[in-house]
Design a protein. Structure first.
Length: 726
C-alpha cells in the first residue's frame, strides 16, 4: 500500500492547521502493527485457564449460597437440646421494658404528665383483684393444664348434648402442618420434618409450635393479617398513609409480644407524624374521605368491627327498625368469668339495666365523636384536641352537637369532665389555677373514684381506649379471641342455636348471641393472662378442637364440622397456597436467614401468584368456592411449573432425584415435602412402579426418571389435599 503524501496549502500559514494536517497524515501513514508473537502461547493459555477457573469458583459459590441459605443460626431448627420450656417462654416471660404501673402511685401521676401507658385498665385493677378472695382461684384457672382440661370437658359436653360422635385425634405431622399454615402461612419444610423426627413424638407438636412463635416468619405473617382488618388491603392516601411502615411496626409489636390491650391503646390514642409514629397510620388511612383529616365515620365503623366484633354500620343513617343490631348490657357479659353466686344473681335480676335494646343513630355517632378529637396539624402530624362533633339525624331539621359515648357497658367509660379544655391549653395553664375548668377529672368530693383508679386527666380518645381495654369489657376480649381462633382454624367459631350450629362471622358477633362455653373460657383466660396473644394461641392449639382429625369412620356432616367433632376442612387462602407451593420447592426452610436471592425470588413469585390467583383482601375469611381461573393458574401457572420443573440449583425435586438412595425413598420424600405426610401403601406402590426403568420404557414415548419425578411433583401440587387445610 502506497503512503499518502501530505497536502498543505501554501496560502494557509496557520500553525494550527499545519499541525493538525501533519497529525492526521502520521496516523494514516504509520498504522499500528500488533505482533502476536510478543505474547507467549503459554501465557495466553494460563490466562484462559485462570478466567475459566474463576468463573467455576463463582458458580460453585453461587450454588452453595443458594442451597445452604447461609443460615447463621441453625440451632433454631436442629438444636434439640436447646428446645426446652425455659427457652421457649423467653419471649413471653421476659421483663417488660415499659413502665410497671404497679409501682406508680397516683401522687406521681398527678404530679407529672400522664404517660400513655397509664391507660392499662387491666393492670390498674390487678392490685385490687389480688386483694379479693377470688384472686387465687382465678389465677389457678389460668394455668394451661387446667384450661386445657376445662376446654376438653366443654368440648365433649357440647358434642354429647347434640348426640355427635367425635373423630380420633390427628397424628403429629398433620397438627404441625396446621400450625405452620396458621402461624407462618406455609407448609412444613423437609428440613423441619427431619428435625422433628429426631425428637420423641410427644414433644414434636409443642416444639414446632414454640419455634414458630419465636420466629420472624410468625411476626411478619401475623402482622400482615392484623393490618388487613385494621387498615384494609388498599393502598390508601398516597402522601398520608404508609402501609409498609405500619406493617413493619406491627411486626415489631409481635416480636416483642406486646400485650393486646396495649396495642389497641396505642392505635386509638396515636399522635404524631405517620412516618415517625407508624401507629398514626390507623387514622391517616381515612384521610382520603376526611378532607385531609381522620374520617370519624370510617374510624367508628372500623373500631366496632375490629375491636368489638359488632357491625353497627347501618346505624349511621337510621335507627335499627328490623332488630338486626342489639345493644345494651347482656346478661352473659355480666356473668362471663364470674363465680356461681354472681351468675345466680345475674339470672335472678330482671331489671332494665341488663336488657338489650335496639340500636339507634345516636349509638353510632356518639362513638364516632371520639375520633373528632384527632385533628391533622400539617407537618406536626396528628394532634389530640377536645372532641367536637355535630350531626343531623334522620327526620331532624338541623345539626345537633353529639357527645362522645359508647354503645354498651357505659359504666366502664371514665366520665368526661365538664368545661374540659384542650390538652394544649391545660399544659399552659398556671399551677395555681384551681377553678372548675382547670381540667380536673374530679369536680365533686363525692365523685372521687375508688382507690384513685383513674389519672387526673384523660382525653376523649384515651377514655375510649380505657373502655376498649377494660377487663370487664367482655365483648372486646371475645372479639380478639374470635380473631385468633379464625386465623388458626381458617373459619370463625360457630354460633350455637336451638336448631343446631350456624356458621359464624369474625366481625359480626351480636350481643344477643352469647359465646359458646369454649369461647367464654378462652376469653376469660385471655383476660387473666394480661391479654397475652401467644398464651392464647397455646390454649387454642392445645384444645381437642384443634388436635382432632378431619377423617372419621362415620358420615361427616356440616354439624360435625361446626361443632368441632372433626377438624373443619377449609380451603387455603391465596397467600397460604402460594407460600406452601414456594416452600414445597425447597429442601431448607425459607425464612429471613435464607439467601437474598431466595427471598427475592419468593417475593416476586408470591406477588405474581396473588395477582393471578386473586386475593379477597379484608374479606379473606369469607369461604368461596374455587373458581375456574384459580384452577387454571394451578394447572398452567408459572409458580407451579417452576416448582415442579428440574432445577439442580434450587428445586427440591431435583435434589431428591440426585440424593435419594432408591425410588421408594424418592416417593416418600416428595410426599413429605409437598403434602407433609407419608404416602399410603397403595400410593407408594403405584408411584414406585412408575419410576422403574421397565415402566418408563413401556410409555409411549418412553420417559426419563427425571420426567417422572417432575410429573409426580406437579400432580401432588395440583391435588385437592394440597390446597385444603385438614
Amino acid at each position: 500500500m502506497s503512503s499518502i503524501e501530505p497536502t498543505i496549502d501554501p496560502s494557509d500559514e496557520s500553525p494550527d492547521s499545519i499541525d493538525e494536517s501533519t497529525l492526521v497524515t502520521v496516523e494514516l501513514v504509520t498504522p499500528p502493527v500488533v505482533d502476536a508473537e510478543l505474547v507467549p502461547a503459554w501465557r495466553r493459555a494460563l490466562a484462559s485457564v485462570g478466567r475459566w477457573g474463576l468463573l467455576l469458583v463463582l458458580a460453585l459459590m453461587t450454588f452453595g449460597f443458594l442451597c445452604s441459605g447461609l443460615s447463621p443460626d441453625p440451632s433454631a431448627i436442629f438444636d434439640e437440646d436447646a428446645v426446652h420450656s425455659t427457652e421457649v417462654a423467653q419471649g413471653d416471660d421476659a421483663p417488660s421494658v415499659g413502665i410497671d404501673l404497679d409501682t406508680i402511685t397516683m401522687d406521681q401521676v398527678a404530679g407529672e404528665s400522664v404517660e400513655p401507658v397509664s391507660l392499662r385498665s387491666s393492670q390498674q385493677e390487678s392490685s385490687s383483684q389480688a386483694k379479693s378472695p377470688q384472686s387465687s382461684s382465678r389465677k389457678a384457672d389460668a394455668e394451661p393444664a387446667l384450661i386445657a382440661k376445662k376446654l376438653e370437658e366443654q368440648w365433649r359436653a357440647q358434642l354429647n348434648s347434640r348426640g355427635l360422635d367425635a373423630a380420633p385425634m390427628a397424628d403429629w405431622m398433620t397438627v404441625c402442618r396446621r400450625l405452620s399454615l396458621a402461624l407462618v402461612g406455609t407448609g412444613l419444610s423437609l428440613e423441619e420434618i427431619r428435625s422433628l423426627q429426631r425428637l420423641p413424638e410427644s414433644e414434636r407438636v409443642e416444639t414446632h409450635r414454640e419455634r414458630l412463635l419465636n420466629s420472624d416468619r410468625f411476626h411478619h405473617y401475623w402482622a400482615e393479617r392484623t393490618a388487613r382488618y385494621l387498615v384494609g388491603a388498599d393502598e390508601g392516601p398516597f402522601i398520608f398513609y404508609r402501609g409498609r411502615r405500619f406493617r413493619t411496626w406491627l411486626t415489631e409489636q409481635y416480636a416483642k409480644n406486646t400485650r393486646y390491650d396495649e396495642l389497641v391503646r396505642m392505635l386509638i390514642t396515636a399522635e404524631g407524624v405517620w412516618t415517625d409514629r407508624p401507629e398514626v397510620n390507623f387514622h391517616t388511612v381515612t384521610f382520603d374521605s376526611g378532607d385531609n383529616d381522620p374520617d370519624p365515620i370510617r374510624l367508628a365503623a372500623r373500631t366496632t368491627r375490629a375491636f368489638l366484633g359488632v357491625r353497627i354500620d347501618c346505624l349511621q343513617c337510621h335507627d335499627d327498625f328490623l332488630g338486626n343490631v342489639s345493644l345494651g348490657d347482656a346478661s352473659w357479659i355480666m356473668s362471663c368469668g364470674a363465680d356461681d353466686e354472681t351468675v345466680d344473681s345475674v339470672e335472678e335480676a330482671k331489671n332494665t339495666s341488663w336488657l338489650l335494646r335496639e340500636g339507634t343513630q345516636e349509638d353510632f355517632h356518639s362513638l364516632a365523636a371520639f375520633f373528632t378529637a384527632a385533628t391533622s396539624e400539617g407537618v406536626q402530624g396528628l394532634k389530640d384536641k377536645r372532641a367536637d362533633y355535630e350531626y343531623q339525624y334522620l327526620y331532624e331539621d338541623e345539626t345537633v352537637p353529639v357527645e362522645p359515648n359508647v354503645p354498651f357497658l357505659r359504666d366502664l367509660l371514665p366520665p368526661r369532665p365538664e368545661n374540659q379544655r384542650d390538652k394544649a391549653e391545660e399544659d399552659d395553664a398556671t399551677e395555681g389555677d384551681t377553678h372548675a375548668d382547670s381540667g380536673k377529672l374530679i369536680e365533686e368530693p363525692g365523685d372521687e373514684p375508688e382507690s384513685g383508679e383513674l389519672p387526673k386527666y384523660l382525653s376523649d380518645r384515651e377514655r375510649l381506649a380505657y373502655w376498649l381495654t377494660h377487663r370487664e369489657n367482655k365483648p372486646a376480649a371475645r372479639a380478639a379471641v374470635t380473631r385468633v381462633w379464625t386465623l388458626l382454624f381458617g373459619q370463625p367459631p360457630a354460633i350455637e342455636t336451638d336448631h343446631g350450629f350456624q356458621v359464624g362471622e369474625v366481625d359480626n358477633l351480636p350481643l344477643d348471641s352469647p359465646p359458646s362455653p369454649m369461647i367464654e373460657t378462652l376469653t376469660e383466660a385471655f383476660i387473666v393472662s394480661d391479654f397475652n396473644v401467644r398464651k392464647l394461641i397455646r390454649c387454642i392449639t392445645d384444645s381437642p378442637a384443634f388436635r382432632v382429625s378431619s377423617r372419621a369412620d362415620f358420615d361427616v356432616t356440616e354439624q360435625h364440622e361446626l361443632a368441632m367433632a372433626v377438624f373443619p376442612v377449609t380451603h387455603l387462602r391465596s397467600e397460604q397456597v402460594a407460600g406452601a407451593a414456594i416452600q414445597s420447592g425447597r429442601i431448607k426452610t425459607i425464612n429471613r436467614d435464607s439467601s437474598f436471592l431466595v427471598q427475592l425470588q419468593q417475593f416476586g413469585s408470591l406477588n405474581d401468584f396473588l395477582k393471578r390467583y386473586g386475593d379477597l383482601g379484608e374479606d379473606e375469611f369469607t369461604q368461596q368456592p374455587v373458581t375456574i381461573t384459580q384452577r387454571l393458574v394451578m394447572l398452567n401457572g408459572k409458580l407451579i411449573n417452576e416448582t415442579a420443573s428440574p432445577n439442580p440449583i434450587l428445586n427440591a425435586s431435583s435434589h431428591i432425584e440426585m440424593f435419594a438412595r432408591n425410588d421408594e425413598e424418592v416417593v416418600r420424600t416428595l410426599y413429605l415435602t409437598v403434602l407433609n405426610r407419608e404416602p399410603s401403601e397403595p400410593e407408594l406402590k403405584h408411584f414406585t412402579t412408575r419410576l422403574t426403568a421397565e415402566s418408563r420404557n413401556q410409555s409411549d414415548p418412553p420417559t426419563s426418571r427425571k420426567q417422572e419425578i417432575t410429573d409426580l411433583t406437579w400432580a401432588l401440587l395440583n391435588s385437592s389435599e394440597f390446597a385444603w387445610n385438614h
